[in-house]
Design a protein around this ligand. Sequence first.
Ligand code: G6P
Length: 489
Amino acid sequence: KQEGRPLRQRQRLLVVANRLPVSAVRRGEDSWSLDVSAGGLVSALLGVKEFEAKWIGWAGVNVPDEIGQKALTKALAEKRCIPVFLDEEIVDQYYNGYCNNILWPLFHYLGLPQEDQLATTRSFQSQFAAYKKANQMFADVVNEHYLEGDVVWCHDYHLMFLPKFLKDYNSKMKVGWFLHTPFPSSEIHRTLPSRSELLRSVLAADLIGFHTYDYARHFVSACTRVLGLEGTPEGVEDQGRLTRVAAFPIGIDSERFIRALEVPQVQEHIREFKERFAGRKVMLGVDRLDMIKGIPQKILAFEKFLEENPSWRDKVVLLQIAVPTRTDVPEYQKLTSQVHEIVGRINGRFGTLTAVPIHHLDRSLDFHALCALYAVTDVALVTSLRDGMNLVSYEFVACQDAKKGVLILSEFAGAAQSLGAGANLVNPWNITEVANSIAQALNMASEKERSGISITLYIELNDTVVEAQIRTRQVPPPLPNKEAIERYS
Ligand code: G6P
């Protein structure tokens, strides 16, 4: 409804997420540069254009001094962003601790950390207290910028107290909360010591959204079983008040990717990559370097594939882009070394003097290089152990254009529910199954390339019309045409 209206007349949307779409890097006392942040939440929300949107969140950096804070606030205002300043202690206890060491693994079915993983300085209670405090700080900033009629859209597991704190400020505020991760089975959620408080706080929202119907169902079950509330087809009811709960699968701005393929820089990258990997099939993984992405399992499956298919060894390359993330959390540090160790071993085992089977990059690629890589890829591997949605799978499909590669997709990624019919679905925990799927996908990709376009021709030969099927990589000239008949018959 808003699309036709000029921006200033559109309804204002306050998007509140832990991370702003840009991360700040300090260049001087009062100067900052801003880079686009990584992750599915940011990719998805970059597509929101119908509202006059402002973002409220953390810029990913500690800014203890007033001069720095003022300068950063000004730089961010140009991007329609409003910062929430979190000090080092809060970031450690709330973000590294409660969000990324407790909620994130739990929501992805990796369980709660064992006691010895909770460093002595970081007790569960102190992390939870910091989580609440940080949520209150976000609420304060939202309240400061809120204008009557605004819609406030809270995002993700970092901000489960926010709906409650906002409604405490102003019960008329329209508040939505969307979770970008899976919401786990209620049997998993109920292991969380603060299970009830978190559910009740989220329920203060007017509308709660998830990527898939299953996640919504798990949430409603948790409210029923843990809080004893009534679940209805519309949501959850508590003493006559209904909170709507529904699935709103997120997507990407596919036009942005399709348009990018026409950009000369991207075309140039495509030419470069084709030349560099000529004669080899290209397999691609693009992930944040996170345990939920199943990177070690994926690489081990690739090793098994190479082991069992010697004829493919010098004809395929796996490019694994692993974007570093949450590098202060010990579990993520361990994962980085583990991945490096496996990649080194496999390259040592199957590499030759001129080529290695795995190119592993610990960094992000710029948008143009990424689109070009998607475009030249024969087989994309998205093998998350669990994933809320996984937008890389959509980005790959959007950039495939004429190529028609194959997507190997984890059945535990939300995207499996929308892309499942066209992808090779796998259980990422089953390394043999993934290795077999790689072999099948590479053969499919070669077959698609060989078969090209199939056309039926009706040809007149000695007064008889015969039907002929041809496969060609080019569309033949229109018939009747003697030259064409001779060439294609
Ligand atoms: C996932 C989460 C996002 C998060 C992103 C990047 O997509 O759902 O909320 O922003 O990962 O992680 P980070 O910890 O760097 O913000």
